[in-house]
Design a protein around this ligand. Structure first.
Ligand SMILES: *[C@@H]1O[C@H](CO)[C@@H](O)[C@H](O)[C@H]1NC(C)=O
Ligand SMILES: *[C@@H]1O[C@H](CO)[C@@H](O)[C@H](O)[C@H]1NC(C)=O
Ligand SMILES: *[C@@H]1O[C@H](CO)[C@@H](O)[C@H](O)[C@H]1NC(C)=O
Length: 107
């Protein structure tokens, strides 16, 4: 099997896993679960020199106004994360991608 075949198989396996996990959780993901996922991500950051997220990612405003977060205009769910110039260090929580089920782009 070539690289392309392997990548495709891996992608299909991940997609299948995604659906299995989505259907087996009792809660339907929404903007609140997206917020929880982003707060979990924030909690996993060990180094953040610019401290941008510390005050900006505040629950007093919608996550759609948070720096680096883009929501879909129709469903108001997170579709893109751009954390690329924030010099972040930390681990991405393993379940983040299941919760941010509308996420399409991650920088
Ligand atoms: C999101 O889903 C949770 C759990 O299903 C529910 O309690 C909450 O009211 C929902 N929030 C919104 C904004 O739809
Ligand atoms: C967070 O940053 C965004 C984009 O720079 C800005 O529009 C928003 O007002 C900030 N929110 C807070 C609470 O600082
Ligand atoms: C990500 O954000 C940085 C800083 O705001 C910006 O310079 C860069 O162009 C953005 N990248 C994309 C692909 O939107």
């Amino acid at each position: 099997m070539g690289n392309t075949g392997f990548s495709l198989a891996l992608m299909m396996a991940l997609l299948l896993l995604h659906f299995v996990v989505s259907f087996s959780t009792e809660t339907t993901p929404n903007i609140s679960t997206d917020q929880s996922a982003l707060l979990a991500l924030k909690a996993h950051i060990v180094s953040h020199p610019q401290k941008m997220l510390k005050t900006n990612w505040s629950t007093t405003t919608s996550i759609c106004n948070w720096v680096g977060v883009t929501c879909g205009s129709r469903h108001q769910r997170v579709i893109a994360l751009n954390l690329s110039s924030m010099l972040l260090t930390g681990e991405i929580p393993s379940d983040m991608f299941y919760h941010l089920s509308r996420l399409q782009v991650l920088y």
